[in-house]
Design a protein around this ligand. Sequence first.
Ligand SMILES: [Zn+2]
Length: 276
Amino acid sequence: MNLTDTHCHLYWNKFNEDRDEVIRRAIDAGVSRMLVPGTTIETSRQAINLAEQYEQIYAAVGIHPTDTDSFSENDIDGFYKLAGHEKVVAIGEVGLDYYWIKDSEKQKLQKRVLSFQVQMAEALKKPLVIHLREASDSISGPVFDDFFELIEPWIKQWKTQNHALGLNPGVLHSFNGDSPLAAKGIQLGFFLGATGPVTYSKTASYREMIKSLPLDRLLIETDSPFLTPVPFRGKRNEPAFVHHIADKISEIHSKSPAEIAEITTANAARLFAWGD
Ligand SMILES: [Zn+2]
């Protein structure tokens, strides 16, 4: 099996006791690439440190929408410097989150911080890792509307300028929207990331949406230490578990787990341009 975990927060304190073992376990389980996205300038730095220590690890740099309070204009130069690092393959994780942030002023701030990071992605020609979460975890609503309204003009412009992001704008990470929103994301050129909930028993509509996706647009990710797949639900998640997500998707799409691993690994290599 040649697996890729396109989203794991390996700097999280839950890995402080056994981080190296966790990473070795993933490599032993056939996970050849892991992408570690930052959520603040500090964790972006930590992601890069891990990428410098392990050949299999790459980093993304960004401010998570629930961490926009940590952002200051004075950080912009620092962010550009970090994001220019050779093992930083994306800008993320960035986006909109109306589940944790209900205040409308703060939601406006999320959009401003997102716009600044889209601009950084454009300048550095690195794709976006996008986090979108609706207020009540519904599968459509203002978060998706606001995001598409913000990003569509950029993508249009990138296409007319033949900018690399016009074809490959990024990934909608842990995507949980409905099938029409998935189709819209794909039409704009995004990949969609599937996570542990695909293995939960009460998520039939989620599996329907996954089934509707063309396989050449699918990525798999653990979002470690969160969203642990069955049979480890309730425990800490780690990148070695990514094969449980591949297994479930192989059932949904009537393919072998090895085929799903190969396809999603090739998709990730295409998006993040990190070679085979
Ligand atoms: Zn995340």
